[in-house]
Write a protein that binds this ligand. Structure first.
Ligand code: 0RA
Length: 630
């Protein structure tokens, strides 16, 4: 292309990348925050593949001041030899050719790879510019592109004493609404990758702020489990196994802690399978069977007593990672592993190893069984108590809580429930709402701390009962988003520390007991304004300090009055509607399961006894949600 002549091949390439620029969402999901960061993860995944193949040991990601990004590895370097048919260097093919399924190299499969797995050429197509540097055969090669088109062909620019690949690119502002990179988001995923990929050091640097993180976990999943349980007391040293069966690598680490919470993370080829799947089913079946079999053999369990899956998973933290050749991803968010044969493989491999672990660690086995027996007994006691005291539990009851101001619509897909902090804000919300589709549930005081409480106690709490029965989807194993009376459940709290605390408590409740609602995308956070700025007749609501600063610059400051909202209660019904509730003008943040591991850990920190990590969490909490357009 640089010589001004287009070959048939060139034209095909251009068409391919043009298609990506025309319909970017088809390739990367969306052109919002998620899609933007997907570009980086795409390149990181390629580097991870090189690490998994045993060639790269360090991966470095740098965010530059101009929001361009470098992804670098010390692997073999992308090949530069001339492609026999296309007659251009292989590295050029990699960045110019759209491959079905995104497999750019000749490897039969790639181990890592995001959900879309679209390949480096898509990143190139969606970049204002991209420079690839390859260190190979003692030389440094360089090739550059602009919006997918080759700008400068491959050339040798120096000598190299090592090998590797360095790609620097700037996401195209013509494509992405916002090109600001979120450090936290990269940090959490890179940390997760470092846990999942042995012997790989992952470095993240931010030249905008000077922030830097380095992740390197020798212990792999053992360290992952310890990290998840950082704020909990472990009952024993973690169990760990890693084995190859029928070409499938199975790695599992687990430990029991003194909480009642189940923390189970599953991955397939480094992808977080939020929705579980066959590896999870195999694991659960084997865990229950191994503990029952061992308990009976040792006489710890009576012949006629059996522990259920729920019993043996109370206080369990486990991470499961399988690597397989042909992963099938199913489910609503394509994060459920579907390969049927994996269940049996995981089940038999884990049963064998875990049973042996119990045999070899009788003291630990006794602790685990005691804990499971306790869970079984309290579950049974709770069940009997419920049966005795209530013929019809509130979960089944038809009556709605008195505090709920319901909407008139009975169509859940258009109905919204606002869970509002405080009676007075609740009053304004009731007045200001569109009663057609908006229901209001005012909350009094703090709801129960659900990290510390076990299931049956949580059930008995008044505030929680009210929320559960208003939503109507049930709780725990029975929680079914299909029964939810609202498809938007919106947490509306003050923009202060108390408000964050209540919001976090509610998120914890949903995370622990109504997780399917988060997975279904039903949970949202309202964003009330922080300021109202008035100049003459002009009135503007502002939602952040940055917005305030910008607006003040624009207006200059003469005759400007600024009101800072400390709580929802300071707004009248009309203002609350206009700024926070009106679908036309409001901003809602959708709560995602994106990083279940981190959310779970943070919840446990927040609800634990340590004060400092809690304070830190409250400050960072707002960042956990992603912006969406509703
Ligand atoms: C195919 C073959 C070879 C290396 C790579 C791909 C490769 C790709 C990427 C992407 C990012 N970093 C990478 N590092 C390596 C090597 C072929 C050989 O040397 O024989």
């Amino acid at each position: 292309m640089s010589n001004g002549k287009y070959s048939a091949e060139d034209i095909k390439v251009l068409r391919g990348l043009e298609a990506v620029r025309k319909r970017p969402a088809m390739y990367i999901g969306d052109v919002g925050k998620r899609g933007l960061h997907h570009l980086i993860f795409e390149l990181v995944d390629n580097a991870i593949d090189e690490a998994l193949a045993g060639y790269a040991s360090t991966i470095r990601v740098v965010i530059h001041k101009d929001e361009s990004i470098t992804v670098e590895d010390d692997g073999r370097g992308i090949p530069v030899d001339i492609h026999p048919e296309l007659k251009v260097p292989a590295v050029e093919v990699v960045f110019s050719t759209l491959h079905a399924g995104g497999k750019f190299d000749s490897k039969a499969y790639r181990i890592s790879g995001g959900l879309h797995g679209v390949g480096a050429s898509v990143v190139n197509a969606l970049s204002e510019w991209l420079i690839a540097e390859v260190m190979r055969d003692g030389k440094i090669y360089r090739i550059s592109f602009r919006r997918g088109e080759k700008e400068k062909p491959l050339e040798v620019i120096g000598e190299a004493s090592s090998t590797g690949t360095r790609i620097t690119f700037k996401p195209d502002p013509q494509i992405f609404k916002k090109t600001e990179i979120d450090y936290q988001l990269l940090r959490e995923r890179l940390r997760e990758l470092a846990f999942l990929v042995d012997n790989t050091k992952i470095i993240l640097e931010d030249e905008r702020t000077g922030e830097r993180d380095e992740f390197h976990y020798e212990g792999g999943l053992i360290e992952f489990v310890k990290y998840l349980d950082e704020a909990r007391q472990a009952l024993h040293e973690p169990f760990h196994m890693k084995t190859l069966r029928n070409d499938v690598e199975i790695e599992i680490a687990l430990e029991y802690n003194n909480s009642f919470v189940e923390t189970l993370l599953t991955f397939a080829n480094t992808i977080n399978t939020h929705e579980g799947g066959t590896h999870l089913s195999g694991f659960k079946a084997a865990l229950t069977k191994a503990l029952n079999d061992y308990g009976k053999k040792m006489g710890i369990l009576k012949e006629n007593v059996s522990l259920t899956g729920d019993d043996v998973r109370e206080g369990l933290t486990a991470v499961i990672h399988v690597k397989l050749r042909d992963p099938q991803f199913e489910g609503q968010t394509k994060t459920k592993l579907g390969n049927g044969y994996i269940k049996g493989l995981v089940e038999s491999a884990f049963y064998e190893r875990f049973y042996r672990f119990l045999d070899e660690n009788p003291r630990v086995a006794q602790l685990i069984l005691d804990k499971a027996l306790l869970a079984a007994r309290s579950r049974e006691a709770a069940r009997k108590a419920r049966e005795l005291t209530r013929r019809k539990s509130f979960l089944e009851s038809d009556s709605l809580p008195g505090k709920l101001a319901d909407c008139t619509s009975r169509d859940p897909s258009e109905s919204e429930l606002f869970i509002v902090e405080g009676e007075s804000a609740g009053g304004s919300a009731k007045q200001g709402r569109n009663r057609e589709f908006q229901a209001i549930l005012p909350l009094k005081g703090k709801i129960l701390n659900v990290e510390k409480a076990r299931f049956d106690k949580a059930l008995a709490n008044e505030e929680i009962k009210t929320i559960v029965s208003a939503i109507g989807a049930g709780l725990g194993d029975e929680c079914d988003p299909g029964k939810a009376r609202y498809h938007r459940i919106i947490i509306m709290t003050d923009a202060d520390v108390d408000g964050s605390h209540i919001r976090t408590l509610l998120l914890t409740l949903f995370y622990r007991f109504m997780r399917p609602l988060i997975e279904a995308g039903f949970i949202y956070i309202a964003t009330p304004p922080l300021y109202r700025v008035k100049k003459g007749k002009k009135e503007i609501y502002l939602y952040s300090d940055e917005e305030l600063e910008e607006t003040l610059k624009e207006l200059g400051t003469d005759g400007v009055t600024i009101q800072r909202y400390k709580g929802l209660g300071e707004m009248n019904a009309e203002q609350l509607w206009e700024t926070t509730m009106n679908p036309e003008t409001r901003t809602l943040k959708k709560v995602t399961m994106e990083d279940a591991a981190e959310a779970d850990r943070l919840f446990s920190i927040l609800m634990g006894d340590k004060v400092e990590p809690r304070r830190k969490f409250i400050q960072e909490n707002a960042k956990k949600a992603v912006n969406i357009d509703v």
